[in-house]
Design a protein around this ligand. Structure first.
Ligand code: ZN
Length: 371
């Protein structure tokens, strides 16, 4: 995938920096992990630090010192999961901030504009994401809203930002040369819950709007694993071959490998950092809970043969000690290892695909991981 900040090889895993930081890691750490692209969240950044600060900083890339591509989530998911007292209207959504209760009204147009101010390389349109289970009627109603918002987002995206009086957008350092106008991308989001015919309708009407890539949204929102895979495979199959397919918010290493088989190119998930902060490490031999007693005198690295600097320099016993004594270095080391592991797993999958041996690679990974 070509972005203004460089080529992104797929399949690709994006570490999640909700608040413009991959929790406990610096942008240099994330670069060390060879992450190609990261994800940040428009809803959170809209509330704090807000548009003015990021504009003055010269965009999100400068603000957080990340030179690679950034995808931003529209905040739809957060508005529907975090915000208080939301009211969906035809024009947009009214909600109260989960932080201070302040009232906001946002529209699909505003969401595109805000992501432009951030300097996002890939933007997501405002959508309505429903949790599972949900009635067919509600899904149909919601789908209408999401499709209407998708159309309006695309229309706003096509018009330059300069129609906003007094606005000046400064691109990040890494973009140079004349005609600095950034060509960012806008993806469409497929919804429809677990109703396959509604998924199909969502694909047809969203693809008709011709987005730069397509996200499969509304999966892993409470439904059982078999349904996640059924919906993913069905939806991915209907999406155009030549455009990136992005599975939002999934998942574990096994979920991602299955989704790659199902035709998915792009992933984001908080699991490696969230679980890492609880002492759970992902390794080629499976998941370890480093707080547990067996690691008390285990002087091996988290994952033998891993080249991350947590594994090269520190032992399981030391990391267990850090968790036991509430030392924040423990959170950092396991988060770093987990991000390194995730990025490496997906890049190894890519090599296997290129060499036409992905199913063997997956089988071998599962054999060791499940042992
Ligand atoms: Zn490691």
């Amino acid at each position: 995938m070509e972005t203004t900040r460089g080529k992104v090889l797929t399949p690709c895993f994006m570490p999640v920096g909700t608040q413009a930081t991959i929790k406990t890691l610096s942008s240099e750490d994330v670069k060390f992990c060879r992450a190609q692209m990261i994800m940040a969240n428009a809803y959170h950044l809209y509330l704090r630090p807000g548009e003015e600060v990021i504009k003055k900083a010269g965009g999100l890339h400068r603000f957080m010192s990340w030179g690679g591509p950034i995808m931003t989530d529209s905040g739809g998911y957060q508005i529907f999961s975090l915000a208080l007292l939301r009211k969906v209207k035809k024009e947009g959504v009214e909600f109260k901030s989960h932080i201070d209760g302040s009232k906001h009204f946002i529209t699909p147009e505003k969401v595109v504009e805000f992501q432009r101010f951030l300097g996002s390389d890939i933007m997501m349109p405002l959508d309505e994401c429903l949790r599972y289970p949900v009635s067919r009627n509600n899904v149909e109603e919601s789908l209408k809203t999401t499709l209407d918002w998708a159309t309006r987002s695309k229309n706003r995206f096509k018009r330059p930002l300069t129609d906003l009086a007094g606005v000046f957008y400064t691109p990040a350092r890494s973009v140079s040369g004349p005609g600095i106008r950034q060509r960012s991308m806008l993806f469409g989001i497929i919804q429809g819950s677990t109703y396959l015919d509604l998924r199909k309708r969502s694909v047809e009407e969203t693809v008709a709007l011709d987005f730069d890539g397509y996200a499969i949204g509304g999966v892993a929102v409470g439904e059982p694993s078999e349904l996640i895979h059924e919906v993913t495979e069905y939806t991915a199959d209907l999406l155009p071959e030549g455009k990136v397919r992005y599975l939002m918010g999934v998942g574990t290493p096994l979920d991602m490998l299955d989704a790659i088989s199902e035709g998915v190119d792009l992933f984001d998930c908080v699991v490696p950092t969230r679980n890492g902060r609880n002492g759970q490490a992902f390794t080629r031999q499976g998941e370890l809970q480093l707080r547990n007693a067996p690691y008390k005198e285990d002087f091996a690295p988290i994952d033998e043969g891993c080249e991350c600097y947590a594994c090269k320099n520190y032992t399981r016993a030391y990391i267990r000690h850090l968790f036991n004594t509430d030392e924040i270095l423990g959170l950092r080391l396991v988060s770093l290892h987990n991000i390194y592991f995730y990025v490496k797993l997906i890049s190894a999958s890519r090599e296997a695909i290129v060499e036409n041996r992905f199913s063997g690679f997956k089988k071998e990974f599962l054999r060791k991981y499940k042992k």
